[in-house]
Ligand binder design. Structure first.
Ligand SMILES: C[S@@+](CC[C@H](N)C(=O)[O-])C[C@H]1O[C@@H](n2cnc3c(N)ncnc32)[C@H](O)[C@@H]1O
Length: 256
């Protein structure tokens, strides 16, 4: 690879980095999911194109052709220059955020056949990413966050392994939530195991430090608790979401 070609890639990368509609995909898995869910990915770089295509043969054979055709190899020096935080897979890309119409389900009162996860003022970017990954895996209608965290922050997209392109992810406000019964989760609620979660529910989880806010508590139609042993004060946010979505999926299976 000539140094001129590397300079061209650097300029191309920087032009993409200044486009607010684009989001950084950090690592092979994020790139993989973005491509699978048909994101527009204008530039993919890797420090080892051959190794990346080999990894795809093992982990994502559906994408081998696309990656072989699209990945631009960069030197390790340039990769370190482009990425403030490097990824063990030496792979990164820029992808266009899904169109506004993709998130409409989170803005309109129309019918939904799977819950929306509402994160009430979450603080930890890794947690938010893990929740997007869970919600995508379980077939939720989307993830809404309230508060100051950007649910499209590169660290969140890294945490979701790029599954932001599989389901709608949006930042919103408690007073403009989509329609549907709002169920809040709190250790002092009633036992989740005895509750039925409607498919159109909004499932609200509180912030890591402060728990469910007064605003959500006031609007919730019910407050449910995941069982815990005495003296345990709470579960991690993302693991709580996992247990609740698993409960919903079992219920749906039993009803079918
Ligand atoms: C780390 S916890 C918050 C702990 C916080 N100190 C509190 O007072 O609630 C983050 C969120 O996970 C959910 N959560 C954790 N443990 C739970 C449990 N046993 N039952 C229901 N929800 C739980 C709640 O939504 C909670 O707001």
């Amino acid at each position: 690879v000539t140094s001129r070609a590397q300079n061209d890639v650097e300029r191309w990368w920087q032009a993409l980095a200044s486009d607010q509609e684009l989001v950084l995909l950090d690592g092979f898995h994020a790139v993989k999911h973005a491509l699978r869910f048909r994101a527009d990915v204008p530039l993919i770089v890797s420090t080892d194109k051959q190794g990346l295509v080999a990894m795809a043969s093992a982990l994502a054979p559906d994408l081998v052709g696309k990656l072989a055709a699209r990945v631009v190899e960069v030197t390790a020096d340039l990769y370190r220059k482009l990425l403030p935080r490097t990824h063990p897979t030496g792979t990164a890309a820029w992808a266009r955020r899904p169109p506004e119409s993709f998130v409409d389900v989170l803005r309109t009162p129309g019918p939904r056949n799977a819950p929306v996860v509402v994160l009430d003022n979450p603080r930890n970017l890794g947690n938010v990413g893990a929740v997007v990954r869970l919600a995508a895996g379980m077939g939720c209608s989307g993830v809404l966050t309230t508060g100051g965290v950007d649910p499209w922050h590169p660290q969140v997209v890294r945490g979701s392994a790029g599954l932001h392109f599989a389901i709608p992810v949006l930042s919103g406000r408690i007073d403009t939530l989509p329609a549907g019964p709002l169920i809040a989760f709190d250790a002092n609620g009633t036992d989740l195991r005895l509750a039925r979660i409607p498919d159109n529910a909004l499932l609200a989880f509180g912030s890591e430090r402060l728990g469910i806010s007064t605003a959500v508590r006031g609007k919730a139609t019910s407050l449910l608790a995941i069982p815990m042993q005495p003296k345990v004060s709470s579960y991690n946010l993302a693991t709580s979401v996992a247990m609740v979505l698993y409960h919903w999926s079992l219920q749906r299976l039993n009803a079918s």
